[in-house]
Write a protein that binds this ligand. Structure first.
Ligand code: ZN
Length: 258
């Protein structure tokens, strides 16, 4: 496939643990504990380093049992993002473009490492993050306060980042007001869609189940339909960030996928 994207690295962004899996799938697996993989993704495109999500904060590596951060969800970190970038040979200052699926702790935990990166953000997410109702969305502004000073481009809806289809921000609201997924066109693998939290694992995507803490259930289902449509029309793969089973099948940094 002709694309300016060279490769993608899947970075370990920690683990999210919950005591009751049914917060993600109401009525299903009630009272069963669940561990979710968390991932961040580093993309090499035309010599540029681009980061999609930043995982859970590196500082949690000093707390072996992790810490409950929001929605009763415990974040656990065993490998820092910094150390994984170092293994690839990337300094945080080399990352020139930062995009986030949304502003929950397991996605914005290390944004402070990239103060010079240009941040592309949906207007509705930006307003929710820095507006008065951040708690309603489960956001913790102290985790991402440095983003206020990043060079910022605010967009609304779908956004073709380089105008060549190689990397596309796909508007998928519902989990949060300005939630997004990312379409990445790779030279050998074709299009991979990085889910964000449009669904947390495959069965939720297949059955259109909506977590109880989502901002809007109807928007969430419409966003899953939208992603499903892209998968079907483009033969795209969907990498579901929190799907622990699928995560184990994807090569992780310092390996990469082309
Ligand atoms: Zn998440």
């Amino acid at each position: 496939m002709v694309t300016a994207v060279e490769r993608i690295y899947d970075l370990d962004g920690g683990i999210a643990e919950v005591a009751d899996a049914s917060i993600y799938s109401p009525g299903i697996d009630v009272g069963k504990p669940l561990s979710l993989s968390c991932n961040a993704y580093l993309i090499r495109r035309a010599g540029q380093w681009i980061l999609w999500d930043t995982g859970t904060g590196d500082e949690l590596v000093t707390m072996p049992g992790g810490k409950i951060i929001a929605h009763g969800i415990r974040g656990v970190v065993t490998r820092t993002l910094m150390s994984q970038l170092a293994e690839i040979g990337v300094d945080p200052g080399d990352v020139s473009l930062l995009m986030l699926s949304h502003a929950h702790f397991d996605h914005v935990g290390n944004t402070r490492l990239f103060p010079k990166a240009k941040w592309i953000v949906q207007r509705k997410e930006y307003e929710a993050m820095f507006g008065p109702d951040f708690e309603e969305y489960g956001f913790s502004p102290e985790l991402y306060k440095t983003l206020r000073d990043n060079p910022t481009e605010i967009v609304e809806g779908d956004h073709d980042v380089f105008g060549d289809g190689s990397i596309r921000l796909i508007s998928t609201p519902g989990h949060t007001p300005g939630h997004s997924s990312l379409g990445v066109r790779l030279p050998k693998s074709g299009t991979i869609i990085l889910s964000g939290d449009v669904a947390h694992f495959e069965s939720n995507f297949v059955h259109r189940r909506v977590p109880e803490f989502n901002f809007d259930a109807g928007q969430t289902r419409a966003s899953m339909d939208k992603i499903d449509g892209i998968i079907r029309s483009e033969g795209a793969q969907l990498w579901i960030n929190h799907d622990t089973v699928q995560c184990a099948t994807i090569p992780h940094a310092p390996q990469w996928v082309e």
